[in-house]
Design a protein around this ligand. Structure first.
Ligand SMILES: Nc1nc2c(ncn2[C@@H]2O[C@H](COP(=O)(O)OP(=O)(O)OP(=O)(O)O)[C@@H](O)[C@H]2O)c(=O)[nH]1
Ligand SMILES: Nc1nc2c(ncn2[C@@H]2O[C@H](COP(=O)(O)OP(=O)(O)OP(=O)(O)O)[C@@H](O)[C@H]2O)c(=O)[nH]1
Ligand SMILES: [Mg+2]
Ligand SMILES: [Mg+2]
Lengths: 279, 292
């Protein structure tokens, strides 16, 4: 895809191949490339570089249209974030990164260790709380996660925390009882705050393929997803499926994870992201 | 479903009598789409469709009375053949201990799978020893210890200030003293492009000479599965794969991709978070899952 070449079927096939290999959904890919083909004919674009730039512009448009890409802060503290997603995607580590970032911005951060199921999950978050110098509310393994969140909200109010970030157990979106548990956690937050959580962040693994669509759909059914954290973008996977998530479900990407340290988090930049799809 | 989509294609072609090569190609396009939707790697799909086309554009399908069944039969047979033999067990050492090393990307399910494997080994009458060689992830050692405790299986750990190679080597001695005959080594998740971390695995393998180096792969992995499998395999020589989180609804095309590009067998399937959620890998089940 580098260097000047004729604007022919082969070019569009190669662009299609690049998008598919970046995990962009095949139907999204075909729609976008077909629009591009039509535009190139109508506007008589015969410069392959211009075609490629046009494609990038189209994809950036999809990602940024009506997208609220900033993290919300409530005018009435505490701000509350719920972090959710399937197993092993990077929820706990992403929370550590957000904690470090907000702390450096002078915020008083509190973490809720509401993964009361997985072995050493509480220990893992506690180590991060200690490393980043933030408060943590936890109970014993096996406790009701909604009770931990409730405790954390009370503690946040009484201690004057600016933000509470709730870790939850990884759960496959196909497990009805686990999704019901998540709904319950969401309701507890709503009841205590008198509003929905300020952010419900779905963490996605950048190596994930088309299943991300099913994940996002099911999680959105259970809790009001406000944004995506795309983790592990420091690998070779491109995470292109988020284009479909934005296009079809309207979910914006808010943050990207770029490593395992607590500073390895960035705000999502659609232009950089789209360029990297073709890298 | 794929059979419904194929039925639509062939219904449109029914008035034509005998199907031409072009008609069959139209049907095969649906198969290609299904495989890409299932996360099978782009170039693996290309090679695979080449094989299918060779068989499909023969006389048998062109005059077949039930072309849908015929296409599905060919695709299914080719998938099962590619996904490989279903009872590729573990290789055990002539003289114990047997060493099994689990490797893979971050979060793929190694620690959980290590415990499940240890559980399986014990059910088979062996004496497993779990080894906590992840010194990087916060509470990784504790995670393995908690699982070991739940199972009543010993966990060898030297804390997180030691070099994993030293931990592995010491574990061999510990197994000898403790009378364990299968050592299952949990390693830290790492990127295939992280030279230093991949080198650590190479040193671990050189020190321990494991009978099995198993790459643990998440069933929801997309196109990148090929890169990961190729790099781990060329750096270490994988003996096989374990595909995890198959209890979800990921189609699991990554399984086909990793097998196709490395030729190494998929030995087990992780199907849940509990310690008994480990099954042998069944190619027929995987094939119909991928086809949707
Ligand atoms: N390379 C890389 N690794 C990451 C990133 N984010 C998380 N990880 C690693 O991914 C693994 C899983 O991270 P966790 O934070 O435990 O994931 P989780 O979603 O909380 O997992 P469960 O609670 O078990 O569902 C760990 O080894 C992390 O260090 C990232 O952006 N890049
Ligand atoms: N549903 C389901 N969850 C699984 C399966 N295997 C592992 N998990 C979960 O996936 C998450 C990650 O598992 P780990 O064993 O911590 O993964 P890991 O590869 O050791 O992670 P790192 O050490 O950070 O690289 C945990 O929440 C596990 O409970 C599986 O087969 N099915
Ligand atoms: Mg976690
Ligand atoms: Mg682990």
């Amino acid at each position: 895809l580098t260097g000047r070449r004729p604007v022919d079927d082969e070019l569009f096939d190669d662009l299609e191949e690049a998008l598919i290999q970046a995990d962009v959904n095949i139907h999204t890919t075909m729609a976008v490339v077909n629009d591009l083909r039509d535009a190139s004919r109508k506007e008589r674009i015969n410069d392959s570089d211009a075609i490629k730039e046009r494609l990038k512009d189209d994809l950036v448009k999809v990602l940024t249209a009506n997208a609220d890409e900033h993290l919300r802060w409530s005018p009435s503290p505490p701000t509350v974030y719920l972090v959710v997603g399937v197993n092993g995607v990077g929820k706990t580590t992403s929370i550590a990164k957000m904690a470090a970032r907000f702390k450096s911005q002078g915020k008083k951060v509190m973490l809720a260790a509401a993964d009361t199921f997985r072995a050493a999950a509480i220990d893992q978050l506690e180590i991060w709380a200690n490393r980043t110098g933030v408060d943590i509310i936890k109970q014993r393994e096996g406790a009701d996660p909604a009770a931990v969140v409730y405790d954390a909200l009370q503690a946040a109010k009484s201690r004057g925390a600016d933000i509470v970030i709730c870790d939850t157990a990884g759960r496959l979106h196909t497990k009805k009882n686990l999704m019901e548990e998540l709904k319950k956690i969401g309701r507890v937050v709503e009841r205590e705050l008198g509003r929905e959580p300020d952010e419900v962040l779905l963490v996605l693994d950048a190596t994930c393929g088309q299943n991300a669509v099913s994940q996002a759909r099911e999680f959105k059914e259970a809790v009001p997803i406000t944004g995506i954290i795309l983790a592990k973008l420091d690998g070779t996977a491109k995470g292109g499926i988020v284009i479909t998530l934005k296009d079809e479900l309207g979910i914006p990407i808010k943050l990207v994870g770029t490593g395992e340290k607590c500073e390895d988090i960035d705000e999502f930049d659609s232009r950089d992201f789209v360029s990297a799809l073709f890298g | 479903s794929l059979s419904e989509k194929l039925q639509n294609v062939f219904n449109r072609l029914r008035g034509k009598g005998v199907l031409s090569e072009q008609d069959v190609n139209e049907a095969l396009r649906e198969v290609r789409l299904a495989l890409l939707e299932a996360d099978v790697n782009f170039r693996v799909v290309k090679d695979f469709m080449g094989k299918v086309k060779e068989r499909a554009v023969g006389q048998e399908i062109l005059q077949s009375l039930s072309p849908v069944q015929h296409v599905i039969k060919i695709v299914n047979e080719e998938l099962v053949a590619l996904l490989g033999g279903s009872d590729v067990g573990l290789t055990f050492a002539q003289k114990p201990p047997t060493v099994i090393m689990l490797v893979g990307l971050q979060g793929s399910g190694k620690t959980t799978t290590a415990a499940k494997l240890a559980n399986l080994m014990r059910k088979q009458g062996r004496k497993p020893l779990l080894v906590a060689a992840d010194v990087y992830r916060p509470a990784a050692i504790k995670q393995l210890q908690v699982l070991g405790e739940q199972l009543g299986i010993p966990v060898f750990a030297l804390g997180d200030k030691q070099d994993p190679v030293h931990i592995g080597k010491s574990a061999l001695g510990a197994a000898e003293v403790g009378g364990q005959d299968v050592i299952i080594l949990d390693t830290a998740g790492r990127l295939h492009i992280d030279e230093q971390m991949m080198d650590e695995l190479a040193r671990l393998k050189a020190t321990l000479s494991p009978q099995e180096v198993l790459l643990v792969v998440d069933a929801m992995t997309g196109q990148d599965a090929v890169n990961v499998a190729e790099q781990f395999n060329s750096a270490l020589g994988a003996d096989g794969f374990i595909v995890t989180k198959l209890d979800g609804d990921a189609r699991g095309g990554a399984a086909l991709s990793i097998k196709a590009v490395t030729g190494k067998p998929i030995k087990f399937a992780g199907v849940g978070e509990k310690m008994d959620a480990l099954e042998p890998f069944y190619p027929e089940r995987m094939a119909s899952r991928i086809l949707g």
